[in-house]
Design a protein around this ligand. Sequence first.
Ligand code: GUN
Ligand code: ZN
Length: 439
Amino acid sequence: MAAQHVLVRGQVLHFLSDPGPEADPAAWQYFDDGGLWIVDGRIEGAGPWDAIVPALPPGVREAAAFHDHRGRLVLPGFVDTHLHYAQAGIIGAYGRQLLDWLNDYTFPAEARLADLSEAERAAAFVVERLLAHGTTSASVFGTVHAHSADAFFAVAEAHRLRLLCGKVLMDRNCPDNLRDTAESGIRDSLDLINRWHGRGRLRYSLTPRFAPTSTPEQLRLAGELFASVPDLHLQTHLAENRAEMAWVADLFPDRRSYLDVYTHFGLAGPRAIHAHCIHLSNDQRRAMAASGTSAAFCPSSNLFLGSGFFDHAASLDAGLRVGLATDIGAGTGFSLLATLRDAYHVSQACGTPLGSLRGFYLATLGGARALYLDDFIGSFAPGREADLVVLDWAATPELAWRMERTTTLAERLFALMILGDQRCVVATHVLGEVAWRRG
Ligand code: GUN
Ligand code: ZN
């Protein structure tokens, strides 16, 4: 079959590395009249439009599908490094803190997915909403039910998305109707790995919910499984809330810290991502970084549940891989632009305000690196999968008014991260093709 060519023209921005607090210009590329040449869903070239077009082989310009996004910002698709698809129906369930919120809202919501058709409806809804918000990759919690992961992977595969998902492992301190056992949880995970891990763009992520809801035996078996399957991912929660910290200390008296529980059972290392990571010392941040474990920064969730402030600058200084995350449904929406605004507010509370270039890095390549998927996604480097989001700088009157008064790219991006949300998303492309379009 002949190769499929796609050409995209617009204001192309992508990152090569973390711009750091000083916004190092070597860390990104921006082409004000830019182009992407995509062949069979992968980036063949990115650069100024006037350089891309003359380099095309004869006939390609005429044969290619052409997307004219001039005047709009074209970024690699957003990467949401932590969310719970079963919790989309409890976004904005009133307050209190983590442990009450889990009991009052989260567990009842997850129990509804015992019904396969409910899981299928939730999976279809969430994948559509991800695309509508410009998010093309994510690390996603299912529920304890194995079919919750089947349902999610099936929808992800139909949309050809690069997504991670796993069934929750949870064999204690939870309602009976959400409990597996150490053995059944591992058996179900293994079945799911055999069905989905490495199929197309999908990968399995082993999903022990958090230390309090797993017995030491379940954590031990999960660690063994994590070590035994190539390219397996792992997702859990760490150091989110003070009461949770005290509970973990009670449940695991032999361990030095919450982090030490995961390290001890082999639930850390490359391709493991721990959400929240708020109540950690710098030594613990460095230990996580040294092991290759990543952190998911969930600012809207942390503000919503009053969990505390993730110290993004200290985490990056410690060498941690950090990705941005909505943490739906404690997070308050799917938009990573709105989540960047919350990240900025949290970074202000920590005394180290997040700049716009580092913010957009965090939502794209930073997330891909945190998930160890940066060989595939997160930038427009040659060979990367061509998932992208097209943003309208002036989607609201306030944005339009503000943009007229900006002079630099950094200023424009900062205004977008403070005033922007899903209304800015004009189109989302998956493997070069339009997967969602505004209006
Ligand atoms: N810790 C354990 N489970 C959860 C969850 O579902 N959401 C959040 N925010 N924290 C958790
Ligand atoms: Zn979570």
